[in-house]
Design a protein around this ligand. Structure first.
Ligand SMILES: Cc1cc2nc3c(=O)[nH]c(=O)nc-3n(C[C@H](O)[C@H](O)[C@H](O)COP(=O)(O)OP(=O)(O)OC[C@H]3O[C@@H](n4cnc5c(N)ncnc54)[C@H](O)[C@@H]3O)c2cc1C
Length: 399
């Protein structure tokens, strides 16, 4: 067993680490304060530099201009990118575009590839994914209300969505809508591409996350669809395949998120350790001399290392044996890593005192905007239930 990163990806990891230090971290504070949409020029410049350095799109297939990395390699890259809230965006690896790109690549028609996939891969346009509805439980998406009624060669879409991340400024939405109301729970819905300039498509608002509505890519919108008409050829994959595609989208997506969260942990851990070794609490002693602080440092290190190994093992299993073999591992990392991340952030805030709750460090941003990690892509409780049921089923057959 080799715990070193694969030889092939080491130069890329080193180059990304250096790029973040030299170009991204210095402008991070400015972008967070101005907002994403307002910082478009700075972000475009950074993306151009990433492309010039040959580092664009780590997870994007080579034929589309990316690096075409496998899941383990991309996981390691994602960890590096997670060291800054701008990392994934600047390198063209950001959700929800990464997930949309994957499903467009697999299920899109030639025309859909030309119109949506290729410009998405080049970073020329952005997209969003609209599944969750305020009136229905996102944890049970078979209860969707949004309808796409077939009229000749068109779908007519009516519905209400929310928490559509990055809808602000997106060129198209991938919308999950019921196309066959009478069919079984998992074959009722389809995924349909809706250009955001289609009449009847309405972005109601960017929802405030604990007071911050965000903008551009860093936002979550409420949407309404009023008799939105799109050609049937805008459907992604076969009719009724919405849930199958959604599951495929979420599998690798959870690995990407978890490794990004490890990157968040590492950034927060560095911030914590730097602070406690500098902050004096008496004339000659810093915070780092206190046992409770030392215990938190050791605990955080152990938890981050454990979480990291779990994610890499899950990614390795998917790469080698396919997603079905990794189902339990993926549920385990989804709730475990999110929990570790929130605890590490919380302890770092505590040790920064009042400074910890300001926006003068990256901690406040992470605290507000990463809390959703325990809710999206399956809330903690659902993943725990899934894992426990599978484990216990193995004991139930015993004599
Ligand atoms: C930051 C963020 C970004 C998001 N981005 C997107 C996006 O881009 N596109 C999109 O479509 N959606 C997005 N979502 C929505 C997300 O997918 C849903 O919030 C999630 O599926 C949970 O659905 P819900 O909010 O309706 O909660 P509910 O389904 O109402 O559940 C509420 C709570 O009940 C508990 N619970 C639920 N089911 C069970 C159970 N079986 N057993 C025990 N407890 C249970 C859990 O604690 C859960 O958090 C995003 C959410 C967040 C927070």
């Amino acid at each position: 067993m080799d715990f070193d990163p694969p030889e092939s990806v080491r130069p890329t990891l080193a180059a990304i680490h250096q790029f973040l230090d030299e170009h991204v971290l210095p402008v991070e504070q400015q972008v967070m304060e101005q907002g994403f949409a307002e910082s478009d020029a700075v972000l475009r410049e950074l993306r151009a530099k990433v492309k010039a350095a040959g580092l664009w799109g780590p997870q994007i297939p080579r034929e589309l201009g990316g690096l075409g990395l496998g899941l383990v390699e991309h996981g390691l890259v994602s960890e590096q990118l997670g060291r800054s809230p701008l990392g994934h965006y600047v390198f063209g690896a950001q959700a929800p575009d990464a997930g949309n790109l994957e499903v467009l690549h697999k299920y899109g028609t030639h025309e859909q590839h030309q119109q949506y996939l290729e410009p998405l891969a080049r970073g020329e346009l952005r997209s969003c994914f609209a599944m969750t509805e305020p009136e229905n439980p996102g944890s049970n998406p078979t209860m969707l209300s949004c309808q796409a009624r077939r009229e000749g060669d068109e779908y007519v879409i009516n519905g209400h969505k929310w928490f559509t991340s990055s809808a602000d400024g997106a060129a198209f939405a991938v919308v999950m809508a019921v196309t066959a109301p009478e069919s079984s729970a998992h074959t009722r819905a389809s995924m349909i591409i809706v250009p955001t300039d289609t009449p009847g498509y309405q972005l109601v608002r960017n929802i405030k996350i604990m007071g911050d509505a965000g903008s551009g890519w860093a936002s979550h919108a409420e949407l309404r669809f009023h008799d939105v008409r799109v050609p049937v050829t805008n459907r992604l994959g076969p009719e009724g395949a919405g849930f199958v595609i959604a599951q495929e989208r979420l599998g690798p997506g959870r690995i990407h998120h978890c490794m990004r969260w490890i990157g968040v942990c590492e950034r927060v851990f560095d911030t914590l350790c730097r602070h406690v070794t500098r902050r004096k609490i008496t004339d000659d002693k810093t915070l780092s001399t206190r046992q409770i602080v030392q215990a938190w440092v050791a605990e955080a290190r152990a938890e981050i290392d454990a979480a990291r190994l779990m994610v890499l093992q899950a990614a390795w299993t998917i790469d080698k044996k396919g997603f079905a073999a990794a189902r339990e591992q993926v549920s385990l990392i989804k709730f475990y890593v999110a929990d570790v991340m929130m605890r590490v952030i919380d302890r770092a805030i505590q040790l920064h005192g009042a400074l910890g709750v300001t926006s003068d460090t990256v901690l406040g941003f992470y605290y507000v905007h990463e809390r959703g990690a325990r809710i999206y892509d399956g809330p903690d409780e659902v993943h725990k239930m899934v894992v426990a049921k599978r484990i216990l089923a193995r004991y139930q057959g015993e004599a």
